[in-house]
Design a protein around this ligand. Sequence first.
Ligand code: GAP
Length: 511
Amino acid sequence: MASKGEDQFKKIISHCKEYGFIYPSSEIYDGLSAVYDYGPNGAELKNNIKDYWWKSMVQHHENIVGLDAAIFMHPTVWKASGHLEAFNDPLIDNKDSKKRYRADILIEDYIAKLEDKIQKEVEKAAKRFGEKFDEKMFRETNPRVMANREKIESINSRFVKAMEEERLDDVKALIEELGIACPVSGSKNWTEVRQFNLMFNTKMGSLSDGANEVYLRPETAQGIFVNYLNVQKTSRMKLPFGIAQVGKAFRNEIVARQFIFRMREFEQMEMQYFVTPGQEKEWFEYWKKERMRWHLAMGIPEKFFRVHEHEKLAHYANAAVDIEFWFPFGLKELEGVHSRTDFDLGAHQKFSGKKLQYFDPETNKSYVPYVVETSIGLDRMFLAILSYAYNEEKLEDGSERVVMNIPPALAPVKVAVLPLLKKDGLPEKAREIFDRLKYDFNCHYEEKDAIGRRYRRQDAIGTPYCITIDHDTLKDNSVTIRERDSMEQDRIPIEKISAVVAERIDIRPKK
Ligand code: GAP
C-alpha cells in the first residue's frame, strides 16, 4: 500500500478545522507551533478512542488496573530513567536559511526517498507482469531494488553506530556525503550536529524558598513505574499484572511538524505489564498480537499497518516492535511494544534507595519484575483514523461528497435526527425521538437546509446513521435509517432505532 499523499494531507488538515475537529492553539495570536486544540467533534472522537483503549486494556483484562499519576514528578525520577542524560535529539542548523533540523530526520527523509524509489519499481513491475507478479521474488532479485535496499541498510547502520558511539561529527559527515540540502535554502552549508534535551523544565515553589527545577513529564510510563508497588499492594495484584494510564506528555520537539503527528504537548496511552523474569518474551509476543488485534477490530484494513521489528535494540530492551501506519506522508510509527527488562524498576530502586521487589508467593522468592510496555500516542491514533477515514467520493448521480469513514464505534456523533421538513408536526416528532435517543448515544438534531445537504454535513463529520422523520412516521411510527458508507436506507419502527444502532456500532468480536 502507498500513502494517500501530501495533497490529501492538506485537505485533511483543512477539513479538521472546518468541521470542528482540530484548531491551531491560540489561533487568534497566529497559533503556537506544534500545539493544537480539539474542537467539539475532535473532543468526542478523542474521548471515544481513549474509551475504546481503556475498556479493552482495563475492563477486558482482569489483571490490568488503571492509574492517573501527576504530570510533575520528583526531579530524580528523570535522572533514574535516563531522560536527563540521554533524552536528546541531534540537531543541525543550515547556516544560510538559519533553519534548524533534526539530523536523524534529515537522514530518515533521505531514506524515505529511496523507499519511494523501490515502491515505484515494484508498482511498475506489478503493472507489467499482472497476475503473475511475485512481489517477494522481485524485491529479492531486481538489481535496482537490491542496490537501493543495500544503500538504505548501510546508511542506517552507519547512523546507528555514530549515535551509539556519540560521534556527532560522523552524523554530520553522513549528511554531507549523502548530499542532503536544506529544503528551504537548497544549500549544504551545515553547522556541527549538537545534542538537545527534549524535556521542558520549570520551577516549583517561590524563588525565595530556593525553588526546585521540575520537568513536565516526557512520557507517562514513569508515573506507572514509581507507583508499581503502591498499586500491586493496594490492589493485591499477582504477577503477571498490568497498570494502564492515559495522560499528557510534553516534549520540546525540534522539528515539530506533520500536524498532530509530532506535537509538543500530546497524550499517551501506555500500559506496563509486570512479569516474572524469563517470561517476558512470551508476554511480548502476546502483547504484539493483542495490540494488532485491537487496531484491526475497529475495521481499518490490515494493509494500513506494518509491524516493524527493531533490529538494533535500546540498551534496556531485549525485544521491540513498532506498529506502523500508512499516514498520508508515509509509513510511520504509531505504537511501540517494548520488552524493557527490569531497567526502569531497577534504576528507581537504585536512585530512591527503596526496594521495588515483588514477593512471589509460589516460589517464596523476591525479585524485581520485568516489564513489557505498550505505548501509543492518542493524538497519533486520532490522525491515523482521520487518514484512513477521509475520502472523497464521486456518486452515481455525478455529484461528489466528502465522507469520513470513521469506525462507527468511534464516530463523534452516532445518530443524526432529521425531520424531513420544518413543518406539519415533523420537528416535534423528531424532537421526541431525539430526546429518547440522547440517553443512549451522542446525537445531533438538525432541521435546517434540504435533507441532502444535511446528509452531506453528517457524512463530513462521520456520523454513521441518520434518522429521517417524514409524514409516514406520523402515521405508522416508522423512520428511515440511512447508513453513511453505503448510503442505503431502510425503514424501521421508532422503538427499534436504539437496538438497531447499538448492534451496528458494536465492536465486540462477532460470534
Ligand atoms: N514510554 C515509551 C515511550 O514514550 P515513545 O516511542 O517515545 O515511547 C510512544 O512514544 C508513542 O507516543 C509513540 O509511538 C507515538 O505514538 C507517541 N508520541 C511520541 N512522541 C510524540 C509527539 N511528539 N507527538 C505525538 N505523539 C507522540
